[in-house]
Design a protein around this ligand. Structure first.
Ligand code: AMP
Ligand code: MG
Length: 536
């Protein structure tokens, strides 16, 4: 994430000069899938862009101009998403999509800006802002939603500090794969509309192809956006930001006298539900800084994230997370810590409403206290589904936790253990068939299995439809770390086939094909201790 900070300005400048002299050494691109493109070609699709963020006080954003790149080339376009958004992407040529993706051509209504935000990174406050991403506006979709279009890696902005404003192809494709996987898993997330290379080679551990990702989001409002506004010390600006945000995400609160307090409660509950969803698929975000936590409740910023293979609650993948601040087991606590920063930022508005600081603090604390209950409820409901259960019994949490404890002790694969349950519920066996299940682990599993079968028998249908419920709740395919690395290495070497196959596989996470076996295998032993690097 912060690798770009390590270089000094001169190094970056030299890198840029070298980059332009070595532009586009080869074509590494694929065309958009032609069949999909034809299917999605639509006459009703149109750009329907508004740029409302720029109507906020200009302390909260800065005008930004996309860099001029030597040779934009399309790598991938998400035709299904384009049509959901109502954009006419599928009607454009690959070259025109690439020009759109890299900011060389802006659709009507677009107004390129960089958003200001602050952020607590590993617990320390910093003033940040979009240093390499440009918001061009919001597409109004046929369904009436307002979706941000963001060009990540489109060049320097007034918030770039010492960074080059660029992004490398590998990390942008990584974001494409994982965000589309999260979407397929039913988890709220920003999405990926397109990736194009820029024709530049950029300095990242040697020279790497530069790329831009078009990211879409319900908004890019973050906890850090409010930290920034609060730091300005101008409560009129803070109030405008709060009302803008409420109008985008909690419209029923518009004009309510206690809207700020209730808005805080909504964000707390959205985040509690989101983190519970992450836990249920073994997703480790890896860099839960306050600037990477949305107000909308969508997952954002796929830098050093990874999915757990063998279950270990202390899993941490990020190479720079040395103390495991953002490890799997810690995610709920970190979310609460971040939300406390949001509450602090909103305090001036709460005080204005309550008339007294102590009462405002009480209100904020009441909202923050919603987290544990909302999280536990969402966690239990998620894991009940993962066990195929519909009715509620008080021992369900323990049943789920005991399976997790068994998985930890047996070094069992998280995804495959849950995916195996559908077969077991059909009554074919009481043995675990996940890898690394030795005799001792087998006998422990048989004990757990007997409890689970009894519990299923007490469920509303006696467990009759449990196999289909289990298949719908437990993904068979996740973007396994070794497969992601393999796809990115191939893409960087000019071969996009593994990337395309992996994207297609993760998009059918609950509906695997016989040919998907390779995406379901746990990582080879030498992959243990896998480390991720922040998406620079
Ligand atoms: P992230 O790790 O993506 O959450 O980024 C943290 C902050 O660093 C954000 O303000 C980014 O805009 C900024 N940043 C990351 N990479 C670059 C870069 N290459 N150039 C300028 N700013 C960057
Ligand atoms: Mg970020």
């Amino acid at each position: 994430m912060e690798a770009w900070r390590r270089g000094d300005v001169e190094t970056w400048r030299r890198g840029d000069e070298e980059a332009s002299s070595r532009a586009a050494p080869r074509r590494i691109l694929c065309e958009m899938n032609a069949t999909n493109a034809t299917d999605a070609t639509s006459t009703s699709a149109r750009w329907n862009i508004e740029a409302t963020y720029a109507s906020l006080p200009d302390a909260l954003w800065a005008a930004a101009v996309p860099a001029r790149f030597p040779e934009p080339k399309l790598v991938v376009a998400n035709v299904a998403l384009a049509s959901e958004l109502g954009t006419p992407l599928a009607n454009l040529s690959s070259d025109d999509i690439a020009r759109f993706a890299t900011g060389a051509w802006l659709p009507p209504g677009a107004q390129p800006i960089a958003q200001a935000y602050a952020g607590h990174q590993y617990g320390h406050g910093t003033m940040l802002g979009d240093g390499r991403a440009i918001l061009i506006g919001e597409q109004r979709t046929p369904a009436g939603a307002r979706i941000d279009l963001h060009l990540k890696g489109a060049g320097q902005t007034p918030f770039s500090r010492r960074g080059d404003g660029r992004a490398a192809l590998g990390p942008m494709l990584r974001e494409y794969i994982v965000s589309e996987a999260m979407h397929a898993l039913g988890i709220p997330t920003t999405r990926s509309l397109a990736v194009a290379t820029t024709g530049e080679m950029i300095p990242r551990d040697g020279l790497k192809p530069g790329a831009v990702l078009v990211r879409t989001a319900a908004s890019h409002l973050r906890v850090g956006t409010f930290e920034f506004a609060a730091a300005l010390g101008d409560s009129a600006v803070l109030a405008q930001l709060a009302d803008y945000t409420i109008a985008r995400h909690d419209i029923d609160l518009i004009g309510e006298p206690d809207r700020v307090q209730r808005f805080l409660g909504r964000v707390v509950e959205r985040q509690a539900r989101l983190i519970a969803r992450w836990q249920a698929v073994g997703f480790v975000h890896g860099v839960m800084n306050t600037d990477n936590m949305t107000i909308s409740g969508e997952t954002i910023d796929y830098g050093p994230c990874a999915f757990i293979d063998a279950y270990d609650p202390e899993s941490v993948f990020s190479s720079i997370d040395r103390f495991g601040r953002y490890r799997y087991s810690q995610q709920p606590a970190i979310a609460q810590w971040n939300l406390a920063r949001l509450a602090e930022s909103l305090l001036p508005l709460l005080i204005a409403h309550e008339g007294e600081e102590s009462r405002a603090v009480d209100r904020a604390n009441e909202m923050l206290a919603l987290f544990p209950t909302a999280f536990e409820e969402a966690w239990l409901s998620g894991f009940r589904s993962k066990l195929g259960l519909v009715s509620k019994e008080s021992g369900d949490g323990a049943l789920a936790r005991d399976l997790l404890a068994w998985m930890h002790a047996s070094n069992a694969d998280f995804t495959n253990t849950f995916a195996m349950l559908a077969g077991l519920a059909r009554g074919m066996s009481d043995r675990c068939d996940v890898s690394k299940c030795d005799a001792a682990a087998q006998s422990k599993f048989v004990e757990w299995h007997a409890r689970w079968r009894d519990r299923l028998a007490r469920d509303i249908d006696g467990g009759e439809a449990a196999p289909s419920r289990l298949r719908a709740a437990n993904p068979a395919i996740i973007p396994r770390n070794h497969r992601v690395e393999e796809a990115l290495a191939a893409a960087e070497a000019g071969d996009l086939a593994p990337f395309e196959l992996l994207v297609r596989a993760v998009q059918r996470s609950f509906d695997p094909q016989p040919s998907d076996a390779r995406y379901r295998e746990p990582a080879p032993a030498e992959f243990a201790g896998y480390r991720t690097f922040c998406g620079t």
